[in-house]
Write a protein that binds this ligand. Structure first.
Ligand SMILES: [Zn+2]
Length: 421
């Protein structure tokens, strides 16, 4: 079987785990081990960075740098520096995954400007990343170290056979899709509310779903805050503002949480040992998880509907990270879930044989979709103008529908260009 990255079809599956107390302890141990490898690399390399400034004149600093390099140079050196990684409960891939996470952090810093890798604190959430292994004769994922035993049980490294819950439809689909399929990265996670999950990245040589029938339709969508999106046919998709609806509840729970933190401080208790505080923290985490799930469900439904009805969907390639820097809008933008909608559309289009094209959002609002005239300078549309009339051809436009039409036109130029080459 080929490696996951060489296979053409990918799917992510999330299952809820029912762990014993011993299993929960194993997750905590491995979360700690992986974090300590990452933090070891961050701390040593930070120190090397500072020592390098004086190393030319101070021999002791040169020796220290040589020592720090010797304890971070490879997996064996890290394991020797952190002897508890030899413990029998620690997963054998902990060091490799810790090193990989550290490299990813630097890559993200360079490509996405996320900042220099910093030390990870212990938190209520725990993650343990591991991988599924196959031998050379394997033909499908039922031969791996991570595999489904039946519809309700999964085999995991160190943890053994664990009861799991997931969408029966998806598990049945996977069980019937064994040949030429393999599981890649496996992440076991405890969320802030204290529940355990496993996410599996699964790759296959054959498609997981059948392509949907072609409808011969195409549309552009303009992402918005007033409505979530407007398409080029003039339909609006409602922005449900799930967080805003529950804002009152969240604020109340946050106030109660800080009162409980204050009470713990006055009694001289650590927050980790303060029962009332921890109880309230889980309650708040559950509320926040509920909102995230409502949003996910909604975005899944509307993206599926769009992919069913259209063969080609064009959208703006928004740099949401940059938009979030605007503090007045950040909350509303993350509540709308634009980025999630775009990636869901992309995923579903790949899965069902449809096309999504992302185009630059430049001038899409200020251009007349009928004659191509671009409004400039003092004639530019303010945010408040919901409709306008083109000064050149006299066409009356609805602001968002016109933008969506321009986005579709841009995408069609891209596909025409691709067809020629
Ligand atoms: Zn015009």
């Amino acid at each position: 079987m080929r490696a996951c990255s060489e296979m053409p079809y990918h799917i992510g599956v999330l299952l809820k785990l029912h762990l014993s107390e011993a299993g929960k302890r194993l997750v905590a141990v491995n979360d700690g081990a992986q974090r300590s490898v990452y933090n070891h690399l961050v701390a040593c390399n930070n120190e090397i960075y500072h020592l390098k400034k004086t190393a030319d004149f101070v021999p002791a600093d040169r020796d220290r740098i040589a020592y720090l390099k010797s304890v971070t140079c490879n997996a064996a050196a890290i394991k020797n520096a952190l002897p508890y990684l030899y413990g029998k409960d620690v997963d054998c891939q902990t060091v490799e995954n810790g090193i990989r996470n550290y490299r990813t952090a630097w890559k993200n810093m360079k490509e996405r400007h996320t900042g220099v890798p910093a030390l990870h604190k212990k938190s209520a959430e725990q993650t343990w990343q591991t991988n599924c292994h196959y031998n050379a004769q394997s033909t499908g994922f039922s031969d791996g170290t991570v595999r489904f035993v039946d519809r309700h049980h999964i085999m995991l490294p160190k943890l053994g056979k664990v009861r799991c819950d997931g969408s029966p439809k998806i598990i049945d689909m996977l069980l019937s899709h064994n040949e030429g399929t393999r599981i890649g990265t496996v992440t076991i996670r405890r969320d802030a509310a204290g529940e355990y999950w496993v996410s599996l990245q699964i790759s296959s040589e054959t498609p997981f779903k059948q392509a949907l029938p072609k409808t011969g339709r195409q549309c552009g969508i303009d992402l918005n805050l007033l409505d979530l999106a407007n398409d080029s046919d003039g339909n609006a998709i409602e922005n449900k503002r799930f967080r805003k609806v529950s804002e009152h509840r969240i604020e109340k729970q946050q106030r109660s949480l800080s009162r409980k933190a204050e009470a713990a401080r006055q009694n001289g208790k650590k927050l980790a040992d303060a029962k009332n505080y921890q109880k309230q923290r889980r309650k708040l985490a559950k509320t926040q998880r509920h909102i995230a799930r409502q949003r996910d469900e909604y975005l899944n439904v509307i993206s599926k509907r769009m992919v069913e009805n259209q063969d080609l969907i064009a959208a703006e390639n928004l740099k949401v990270r940059n938009l979030l820097k605007n503090h007045c809008l950040a909350k509303s933008i993350s509540d709308a879930g634009w980025r999630t909608l775009l990636s869901l559309l992309q995923q579903k289009a790949d899965m069902y044989g449809k096309t999504v094209i992302l185009v630059s959002p430049q001038y899409t609002t200020q251009t007349c979709s009928h004659c191509g005239h671009v409004l400039k300078g003092k004639y530019m549309l303010p945010l408040s103008a919901r409709e306008w009339t083109c000064p050149v051809c006299g066409t009356h436009h609805m602001r968002d529908q016109n933008a969506a039409q321009n986005i579709l036109a841009k995408a069609l130029i891209v596909t025409a260009g691709a067809a020629l080459t």
